[in-house]
Design a protein around this ligand. Structure first.
Ligand SMILES: Cc1cc2nc3c(=O)[nH]c(=O)nc-3n(C[C@H](O)[C@H](O)[C@H](O)COP(=O)(O)O)c2cc1C
Length: 183
């Protein structure tokens, strides 16, 4: 927990928010939120690894709707949803978003972008003045448009462009990435 506090404070400072804001990271560490959507578990695993390192609160983005069990029809449905700008209704909510200053948001790369569930999440809260740190898992394509789209959809927030991108659930360089974020 303490590590998480220090991380949050250091990140705020590193992002140019100055020491005053850094000092506002309270002693309970509840200013850092690690939120994620995961369909098949990879992004969840990375979220848990980030949370273990930075502390704060862990939150799973869940939404209404189901996907076909078979992979190809599943990906086709996801493609239709993305192309139509579909925003599923969320079934989990963050009780008090106000308290967080730094929010890690995790999404799988779906067709080069973030998932509709993550888009719904971004459009459901006021992130003005908050710092968003994306983390993306992919199947070989890298981040593609994910972080750019997250930036466009997150109104009023600061999105760290050097977010995490990792193949599947690999976390080998995660510590390095987190350390660099704070420098
Ligand atoms: C609908 C769908 C679309 C995908 N599109 C891409 C893609 O465009 N580029 C890519 O690198 N990986 C793509 N993938 C692979 C996922 O990004 C990758 O497996 C990810 O780690 C899954 O995260 P999860 O287990 O948290 O759901 C896609 C997977 C699905 C299910």
């Amino acid at each position: 927990m303490k590590k998480g506090l220090m991380f949050g404070a250091a990140l705020l400072a590193a992002l140019g928010f100055g020491t005053a804001q850094a000092g506002e990271v309270d002693v309970t560490g509840r200013k850092v939120l690690v939120a994620y959507y995961s369909y098949s578990g990879n992004t969840k695993a990375v979220a848990e690894a980030i949370h273990a390192k930075v502390g704060g609160d862990l939150f799973e983005i869940k939404a209404e709707g189901t996907y076909p069990a078979e992979y190809r029809p599943m990906t086709e449905q996801a493609k239709r949803e993305i192309l139509s700008g579909f925003r599923p209704k969320l079934t989990t909510s963050v009780p008090d978003m106000e308290q967080y200053g730094v929010i890690f948001i995790g999404s799988p790369n779906w067709w080069g972008t973030i998932t509709p569930q993550v888009s719904s999440f971004l459009e459901s809260y006021d992130f003005a003045g908050k710092t968003v740190v994306p983390f993306i898992t992919h199947g070989g394509g890298g981040r593609q448009r994910t972080i750019a789209d997250m930036t466009n959809q997150c109104k009023g927030c600061t999105v760290v462009q050097d977010g995490w991108q990792g193949y599947g659930n690999e976390t080998d360089d995660l510590d390095d990435w987190l350390d660099k974020l704070t420098k």
